[in-house]
Structures are given as C-alpha cells and as structure tokens.
Design a protein. Structure first.
Length: 652
C-alpha cells in the first residue's frame, strides 16, 4: 500500500459551513501529493455528518462520534488511523493556500531536525495572528503577558517573548510553541512521543505537544513562506469569562505536568491570579463600554435642564424675586434626567446604527410619562411642565448632536440617519463575479448596497464594472466600500488570502463565497439563503421590541390616566382595567397577533390586533396572513393607528 505524503486531520463541531470551505481548500492544496483527509466529528447537530456522507468524496474519511470526547481525543482518533508520513492537525475554520502543503513537505524534507511546524496565519480581517509563533509560557513569560507588559514593549526580547513579537513575521524562525489551528508533525515522531494528551479537553494541548517535540530532541519551526486564513474561535467564544477560565485551567494542567518544585507553585499561583485579573478587566471593560456614553450624555442632559431651569426661574417664573425649592434641582431634575435616559435606552438609542426615530420618540414619551404621573398622583409635585417640555426638546437635540459627532468620527459625516446598509465590492473573474452578484442580490438574506465589481482578468465594460483587482485599494477609497466579497469558486485561496493580508490596513471587512455553496463566510458570520417562509421584520430585532415596549408603556399610561373619564366607552370596563395593568407590568402587548403567529417573531399576547380595521373586529378565516402583514409592516405608527381605532374594544 502506498504511504500517503500527508494525513490531514480535522476535528469538527457544529461549523458545517466553515468545514465545507476548509475541505475545498484542502483538496485544492493536495494536488501533486498523496493526501488523505480524516474528518472527526464530535456529535455535531448542524448536519455536518450528513453533508459529508452526501458528498461522499473518496479522499475524505469520516469518523462520526456519538458524543463530544474533546479536541485531543478526537485528534488521537484520527492519528490512530492515519497513514501519512506527515500529520497535519487542522481546524475546520481555516483556509489553506494552494501552495501550503507542498511548501511544508519540502521544508520538512530539507530540515530533518524539524519535528513540527506552524505557518503564518491571518484572521478574517486580514490581520496577522500573533499565536502563529509563541514561546513556552514559563512563569515570567506568562507574567509579562497577563499584566500587559508584552503589549507595551512588543519589540523587547524579554517582555515580548510570549508571542515572540520581536521576531520578523515575514521570516522563518525556530520557535517553541505552535498553534493547534495548524500543527504539522512528523508521523515517526508521533509514534515515538504519542498523540495529544487527553487530559486537555480543548485548550493547552498544542503547548504540551510543542514542548514534548523539543524534549524529544527535535525543533519546532514557524514557516513564513506560506499563509493560511484562520477565522479563529468559530466554535468557541474566546472573549468570554468561561473561555478565560477553561484556558487557564489548561495552563495549570501543563504546569503540573512539566514544571517542578517552586517553579510549578509560582506558575499556578500566577495563573489563578490571572483568572481573577482578566475577569475583573472584562467586567470593567463591559461597564465602561456600556455605561460611559450613557453617563456622559446623561450629564449633558442634566446640564441643559439646569440651564433651562435657571432661565425659567429668573426670567419667567420669579421675575420679581424668589426661586424654585432646592428639592426641584436636587431630586426632581435628576429623576427627570433618569426618565429620559431610561426611555432612550429602551428605544434603542444606544445601539448602532443610530436611528432618528428613538431620539424623537423617547424624549416625547418621557414628557408624557412625567406629565401623566404628576397629573395622576398629586403627591408628586409639578414644578413646571414647561421646563420638562423644553428639556424634552433639548434632549432630542443633545442626542442628535452626540450621535452626529460619533458618526462623523467613524464615517466622516454628521448624518447618522443615512441608510446603514453596508457598501460592498464583489471580487472575482468576470464570469464568477456575475454569478456572485446574482447570489448576493437575489438569493441571500444580506441587505447590502453593491457598489460594483472588481475583476481579475480582461472584461468588457459594463455598468457595474469598477475596475481591476489590482486597483482595489483605490477603489475602496473612491467608492467608500465597507466590505469585499470574494468569489471563492473562481479565485484561488492563496490569492484571496494574499489580498486580505495586503488590504488589512484599509479597515474593510472580508467575506468569501465558497465553491459550490450558496452562502458567504466571514469572521463569526455566515450569510445564508433567504427562508421563503420567514417574514423579515423589525420585530425580530431588539430595537424593534424596545420601541414596541415604549409604545405599550405610553399608551397604557395615557389610557389609565383617562380611565375615570372614558370608562363608560369600554364594553367591559373592569376587564379593560386589568388588561391595561397587564401591559404596564410587561405581561401583554397593546397590539399583538390575531392568530398564533407561527414562523413570525415571537410576541406576547396583545389586547388588540389588525382586525380593528373592521368594525366590530372579527378574526378572519386566515389570521396567519394578517399576522404576516403586521410583522412585515410593523412600526410604532401602525401600533398607534390600531390603538386609536380599537381602544374601546380592550378587555373584550
């Protein structure tokens, strides 16, 4: 039996779309070599195994586990049945270049002292991944990394050792630690030192294997002669506190295995300190990110309200002397500011892309809520509705101004209400880019603006042709593109990776349409085909639900305030009163579906629905069609129309 040059082992867990793209690239890179591909699936539930069986490619062997035994054990399953003289442990969220396998085979054949190697890796934004080359995480190396010294002094040979940032990423180097995303090993060496240590469930096994290679008398290499794309963490959330805990627990296992005496104790203590330190940093960062802008804006709104109060006090209310009591400034004004801020948050005013509607609706709702409360509850003093009304107007202006400034810094203009659709350039050969254009425009659930096409090769002029791929940098600036979409069917993986690397400093995002696939792949994102049975609606977005909640609160409050006067108009006054109370407590919506609302964005039961357009309201023979219309057409104006037409039917 002919020994394979290479056995590629891919452990998959619920990343079917990435796996397909990875395998297509692996097969292209296998040309001219004898390569076997072993996919070990850890009980995926996304149809990965079914896809592989349906494809039935003769070069691909499938091991389908019925549970998830972990990354290390699954790789060992593949290693046990591999026949290649080289073994490549490869993540499914990678894309290898056409020259990657041949380059690695040639390097290993030319360097008999090399036991393992890794390659130059970039992420989905085209940026170099520093974990492509690392040093052993000794206590001091880990200390410099944990406390940020490696980031402050990346060129220093002492402080920058964790990711070896003082080494040129464009040159080959001997290193200590390889990345588990792409780990190339000699099969004869694995037979000598054994496979991955199964004590490591997900992280740390690459560090352990790299160190064992060195202990066996071989060298690990970083190979800059070829580049791969690693989307990084598609099946894990690497920013989560759980990731921090699991990763550093793996480091403790490594320390107990390879370090001794005081060195081990110091390392473990440092690791435990790091977990708490990173957790604290994550909590503080989240707090600052979420609350910083809100606190600044709240201060501006209070300052404006204070200025309005001072003007009104001196030039309108107390011209001949006197002043508002201190409690107005010390208690009521902060509460009013809090009401405006709360409604801005509920309306989605702090979510990007910024919209004008919540900036108008929230202050208006705040004025109505404050006026209603002071009217219904005399114990709450009403110092001046005029000040509250003017404050609402200036809150709108403050909110618009702050978002305009942010938008100007990010996009170059103040008009944040411009269409927020991303502007993309499609990249490929003339024939491929036309098929890609049809896919994006007609088949995918991807609302973008296509600026035009950049082609590789000669093409006759047509309307959407912007220019050649060689001019992409200038085309990005000229058309202010946000994203490039590559046609993976007609462009080589190595070419796309090189372009992403070259254009990483432009700030554009990148996506790829894999060969023979009807979807796009980007960092942490897969754009799939439209579901013809699903109704796209703002109600499926958090900002839509927040807008609906504001409408519920304002309308229910107004109806309750007027209930003593309008009770006679309700067909069942007691039931209406209870129903309005349910809306205020969040148990029901003012407006909901007429039917079950299946396959539509989920809503709570509503007091009213679109049937109020006929009098008396009557459920139609096909309520699903009416509900689909409501979800498709939803706006706060539509809810207001239904409430105005049907309020007297509440409770029936």
């Amino acid at each position: 039996m002919l020994m394979a040059d290479l056995s590629v082992i891919i452990v998959n867990y619920n990343v079917r779309h990435f796996l397909w793209q990875c395998l297509q690239a692996v097969l292209r890179a296998s040309e001219g070599l004898v390569v076997e591909v072993i996919v070990v699936d850890n009980a995926s539930s996304d149809g990965s195994v079914e896809m592989l069986h349906a494809w039935a490619h003769p070069q691909i062997r499938i091991i389908a586990n019925t549970d998830n035994p972990g990354f290390s054990k699954a790789n060992n399953q593949g290693i046990a049945c591999a026949t290649g003289r080289h073994i490549l442990l490869l993540n499914p969220d990678t894309l290898v270049s056409e020259d990657t396998f041949r380059t690695c085979v040639d390097f290993m054949d030319a360097h008999p002292e090399a036991g393992a190697l890794g390659v130059h890796m970039i992420d989905g934004t085209g940026r170099f991944l520093p974990e492509s080359k690392r040093a052993l995480p000794t206590p001091w190396v880990s200390f410099y990394k944990i406390f940020g010294l490696s980031d402050l002094f990346p060129r220093n040979r002492r402080f920058g050792k964790y990711h070896l940032t003082y080494l040129d990423k464009r040159q080959n180097h001997q290193i200590e630690v390889l990345s588990g995303a792409f780990m190339w090993l000699r099969k004869s060496l694995l037979d000598q030192i054994g496979g991955l240590d199964e004590a490591f469930f997900m992280y740390g096994e690459d560090i352990d294997m790299s160190w064992r290679v060195i202990q066996a008398g071989y060298q690990n290499y970083y190979l800059a002669d070829t580049t791969i794309l690693h989307y990084k963490g598609e099946s894990t959330q690497k920013g989560s506190l759980n990731y921090v805990r699991v990763f550093y627990q793996a480091m403790i296992i490594f320390a107990r295995k390879h370090f001794g005496g005081r060195q081990k104790q110091v390392f473990i203590a440092a690791i435990r300190l790091a977990v708490y330190f990173r957790a604290l940093l994550a909590i503080l960062r989240r707090g600052v990110d979420r609350a910083g802008f809100m606190l600044l804006e709240g201060g501006l709104i209070y300052a404006v309200m204070y200025a309005i109060q001072a003007y009104w006090e001196h030039y309108v209310k107390y011209i001949e002397g006197g002043a508002y009591p201190p409690e107005f400034e010390q208690v009521y004004m902060p509460v009013y500011t809090g009401v405006f801020m709360l409604l801005l948050w509920l309306a989605g005013a702090y979510r990007k892309p910024y919209q004008l509607r919540p900036l108008i609706l929230a202050p208006l709702g705040g004025f109505i809520a404050i006026a209603t409360v002071t009217y219904m509850f005399p114990v709450v003093k009403n110092f001046s509705r005029a000040i509250v009304g003017l404050s609402a107007v200036f809150t709108m202006l403050v909110a618009m101004t702050t978002r305009g400034i942010i938008h100007h810094r990010e996009r170059g203009n103040f008009f944040f209400t411009e269409p927020s659709r991303r502007r993309v350039i499609l990249v490929g050969t003339p024939a491929g880019v036309l098929r890609l254009d049809h896919l994006v425009r007609r088949e995918l659930d991807y609302p973008v603006e296509i600026a035009g096409h950049a082609v590789l090769g000669a093409a006759s002029a047509y309307t959407d042709l912007l220019g050649q791929v060689a001019d992409l940098r200038s085309l990005i600036r000229l058309y202010q593109a946000d994203e490039l979409v590559f046609c993976g069917e007609t462009l080589e993986a190595g070419y796309m990776i090189a372009e992403m690397d070259r254009l990483s400093d432009t700030g554009v995002a990148f996506k790829i349409a894999p060969p023979d696939a009807e979807y796009l792949i980007g960092p942490h994102e897969v754009i799939t085909a439209r579901d013809p049975n699903y109704t796209r609606s703002v109600l499926s977005q958090p900002e839509g639900l927040r807008t609906k909640r504001i409408v519920d609160l304002i309308s229910a409050s107004l109806l309750l305030a007027g209930f003593p006067v309008m009770a006679w108009a309700y067909q069942r006054p007691a039931a209406a009163l209870r129903a309005l109370g349910d809306v205020l407590t969040g148990q029901r919506h003012m407006v909901g579906y007429a039917g079950a609302g299946e396959r539509l964005p989920r809503l709570k039961a509503g007091l009213l629905n679109l049937t109020v357009r006929i009098r008396p309201p009557k459920t139609p023979a096909n309520p699903d069609a009416l509900d689909a219309l409501y979800a498709r057409s939803y706006s706060w104006e539509l809810d207001l129309e239904i409430i105005l037409k049907g309020w007297k039917y509440i409770g029936t």
